[in-house]
Design a protein around this ligand. Structure first.
Ligand code: PEP
Length: 248
């Protein structure tokens, strides 16, 4: 049985004060949830405030990105050592916004995943096709390449894969349950080719305009094990409802 995993990606939103206000409201709402891994990924500057408030709670802390060296002359970058020092146990790697705006290649994504694992950070590894790729019938080719290149020489433990069709991120267009299940099933097949039976234990999250209204049907799909949530994770009540999927 794969434990459901629901993660909030706040992107470039929320100051430290806004993070505290969110958690003051959110933590009591999810206090009783035992059977879901709950993760929040605030921006770097809000990580210390979040770490202090979630201590001893059932909420885990993630960063939204990482650099692949431990330290040195890399102006503006944040190392795995710094993330563990501030209390992160997870990190999002390969988000489509990083691939698109910051030109992160599969090779860089792979280096970042290896660096995170070297420092025992669990990885939320994002993949997904752009609209033109879907329309050109290349969805499976893109997913195959991203899985194989991103996870090259990476052991399967402590990896969570997030399938995020780029055309569904922040657009209000969610993949249908059929599209999500088809992609997740294909990703699990690719993971099986890499890891054999261990692929059955890897959580595959769906991301792309997840809301309190569509989470229940997405979570009913056989290979959807959770969600990576952007916009709808910014409000405590909305994200708590997503965490409590299927509790109608
Ligand atoms: C994301 O940030 O990973 C995401 C899926 O965003 P949204 O839920 O806003 O589409």
């Amino acid at each position: 049985m794969r434990k459901p995993f629901i993660a909030a990606n706040w992107k470039m939103n929320k100051t430290a004060g806004e993070t505290r206000a969110f958690l003051d409201e959110f933590l009591p709402l999810v206090r009783d949830v035992q059977d879901v891994d709950i993760v929040i990924a605030p921006p770097f500057t809000s990580l210390p405030a979040a770490a202090a408030l979630i201590k001893g709670s059932n909420v885990l802390l993630s960063a939204q990105d990482i650099f692949y060296e431990d330290k040195g002359a890399y102006t503006g970058e944040i190392s795995p050592v710094m993330l563990t020092d501030v209390g992160c146990t997870q990190v999002i790697i390969g988000h489509s916004e990083r691939r698109q705006y910051f030109k992160e290649s599969d090779e860089i994504v792979n280096k970042k995943i290896k660096a995170a694992r070297k420092h025992n950070l669990d990885v939320i590894f994002c993949i997904g096709e752009a609209l033109e790729e879907r329309e050109a019938g290349k969805t499976f080719d893109v997913l195959k390449r991203e899985v194989e290149e991103g996870l090259k020489d990476v052991p399967s433990d402590s990896i969570v894969v997030a399938y995020e069709p780029v055309w569904a991120i922040g657009t209000g267009k969610t993949a249908t349950t059929g599209q999500a299940q088809e992609a997740h099933k294909y990703i699990r097949e690719r993971l099986s080719a890499l890891y054999g039976g261990a692929a059955q234990d890897i959580r595959i999250l769906y991301g792309g305009s997840v809301t309190p209204e569509n989470i229940d049907s997405l979570m009913d799909c056989a290979d959807v094990d959770g969600a990576l949530v952007g916009g709808a994770s910014l409000k405590a009540g909305s994200f708590a409802r997503i965490v409590k999927f299927n509790c109608k």
